[in-house]
Each structure stands twice: as structure tokens, then as C-alpha cells.
Write a new protein. Structure first.
Length: 312
């Protein structure tokens, strides 16, 4: 097996659990949701790479409009540049018969919210750090018929540089959330003859913000990938889904209608093409995603560039 082929196979097995972030609808007291749409596009959801330490860097740009409860676009918009450096460690140990790994992500972001007629909230773009995400437990099993299954547990730490209850000093949107989250994941992949057909689901349980006493609703998010690797090139498509399954609660939720059945709950779907190329030991992926349907959330255009490289 040639060196470039080994690196291509290494890349398609990198389905790392990452810190994911995206902007929530504007009426809720918590600005940021848990999952960044399409952040895992092109990755393998059900497997882990061979033993080693790996670096992953996502540079993610989005131009969004805010969509209301009737799925109509509003005049409010958000521009976001989100950087997500990650580390994935695969020590070679077995847990419950599967390969064990751990990961951590340290995202930071630039956000600029534009709200016509609200100068105090508009054009206050700034950099900040989002909540650190730690995945202390990742286990992957190889199944018959080229199937692979993986489960992860992600802990989102309440350490953002600004959040509801502790706003940024210069005004504008908070850089992260003011609460902890637990996020169990499950992913399945079929890998055969260069094909990667994957589906990954993430469930987010959000704890109460101790400053505002607001609790963001629980969410179920998915990423779906179909790719084919030919030589050093990989081509394919990816899609995402985000569905909030419980309503927000706490101060302000009643006034915004978020405590009513289905009130303020997120629904978001999108899809788009991707292409990747293997430059020696570094894999580079470019993914474009467009919103298909959005409710109580942000919809628009997303461009993500991902770099994957072995460190040890």
C-alpha cells in the first residue's frame, strides 16, 4: 500500500467529535446552540483512525439570515467566522471490545450581528472564545459487512469568554454559552472500495445558565455523508439536520412563547457538495452548504475548509 493511499484511508476514518456551535434564533435568552451545521461533513461517523495523535483545524465562514417561527426570513442577519482547532488521541487501548479514543476542541469565533433599528445590538463584531468541548470517551467497533459503529460522550464546558449573563465588554453577541452541556453521540458508517456512507447523531442536554436562570431546549442534530475516494481526490455530498425536541424555559421564555408546545423550537436542514485532496500527509477538504428549510434559526450559506494531519 502506497504512502498516499495510507493517508487517504487515515483521513476517511477521522470522524472526530468536535465542539460545534451555531447561532440560535434571536428571541431566546441563549444566543448559541450546540451544533454547527455541516461541521462534520465528509468525515466518517462510525470509526476511528489507527493509534496516534492527530490535529484537525476547521475554518468555517457563514452568512446567515434569521428565520422566524413561520420559517420566513427576517431583516436580522449574522456573519460568523469560526475557527475550531482540535486534538484527537487514539492510544491503542480496547474498551468493551472497541477502539478507545479521546478528543478536545478549543473553538474561537468572530461574530457580527446586524439588527436594523437597534444600534446597540448591530455591527458590534468581535472575537471571543466559545465553550471548550472535551470528549473523554470515544469507542468504535468494526462490524460485519464493512460496517462501523462508534459512540462518543462530549462535555461542553462553561468557560466561554462572554455569554448571556456576562456580555462582551464592547457590546454585540456573546461568544458562547453560559451553561454546561452533555452531548452523547452515535455514528454508523459503511466503508467499501473508497465509499464512505455515514450518519452521525448528536443529542444535547443543556443545563441551566446560573446567571440568567434560562435553560435552552434539548436538541437532536445529524450529519449525513456520501463520498467516493479516487486516488488522492475525494468527492461527495453532505447534509445536516437540527431539531430542538424540548422548549426553552426560564425567565423570558414565556414572553417569547418558547414554553408553549413547539414554540421557538429550532428546525434546520441543509446540504451541499464537498471535495478533498491529499497533499502528502495533510488532507484538505472544502465543503459548501446551503440551507434548505429553517425555522427559529439561522439559514444561509456556509463554507468550511478543514485540515487534517497526524502529529505523532
Amino acid at each position: 500500500m502506497g504512502r498516499s493511499v495510507r493517508f487517504i484511508r487515515l483521513w476517511i476514518y477521522l470522524g472526530v467529535a468536535c465542539a460545534a456551535l451555531a447561532v440560535q434564533q434571536s428571541r431566546a435568552a441563549e444566543l448559541w446552540a450546540n451544533t454547527l451545521p455541516a461541521i462534520n461533513a465528509g468525515l466518517v461517523a462510525g470509526a476511528l483512525p489507527p493509534t496516534g495523535l492527530y490535529g484537525i483545524y476547521d475554518s468555517y465562514w457563514a452568512s446567515f439570515r434569521v428565520y422566524d417561527n413561520s420559517s420566513k426570513s427576517t431583516v436580522e442577519s449574522v456573519d460568523a467566522l469560526i475557527q475550531v482547532p482540535m486534538l484527537l488521541w487514539v492510544p491503542g487501548n480496547k474498551v468493551l471490545g472497541g477502539s478507545y479514543a479521546a478528543a478536545a476542541a478549543f473553538p474561537f469565533d468572530y461574530t457580527n450581528v446586524k439588527v436594523p433599528g437597534a444600534a446597540a445590538l448591530s455591527d458590534n463584531g468581535h472575537w471571543g472564545t466559545f465553550n471548550t468541548a472535551i470528549a473523554p470517551l470515544m469507542i468504535a467497533w468494526q462490524l460485519p459487512h464493512d460496517l462501523h459503529l462508534r459512540t462518543d460522550l462530549i462535555v461542553s464546558v462553561d468557560d466561554a469568554s462572554s455569554a448571556p449573563g456576562r456580555p462582551p465588554s464592547g457590546g454585540g453577541a456573546p461568544s458562547g454559552n453560559g451553561f454546561w452541556s452533555l452531548e452523547p453521540d452515535i455514528g454508523i458508517s459503511w466503508l467499501h472500495d473508497g465509499w464512505n456512507i455515514s450518519a452521525g447523531l448528536q443529542y444535547a442536554y443543556n443545563f441551566r445558565n446560573g446567571k440568567t436562570q434560562y435553560t435552552s431546549g434539548q436538541q437532536l442534530s445529524g450529519t449525513y455523508t456520501v463520498t467516493k475516494t479516487i486516488g488522492k481526490w475525494t468527492f461527495g455530498v453532505a447534509a445536516y439536520s437540527i431539531n430542538q425536541i424540548t422548549s426553552d424555559s426560564g425567565p423570558g421564555a414565556y414572553e417569547a412563547g418558547c414554553m408553549s408546545r413547539g414554540g421557538c423550537r429550532i428546525e434546520a436542514y441543509g446540504a451541499g457538495p464537498l471535495v478533498a485532496y491529499q497533499f502528502g500527509g495533510v488532507n484538505v477538504l472544502l465543503n459548501y452548504t446551503a440551507s434548505i428549510h429553517t425555522r427559529n434559526y439561522l439559514g444561509g450559506n456556509i463554507v468550511n475548509v478543514r485540515f487534517i494531519f497526524p502529529l505523532i
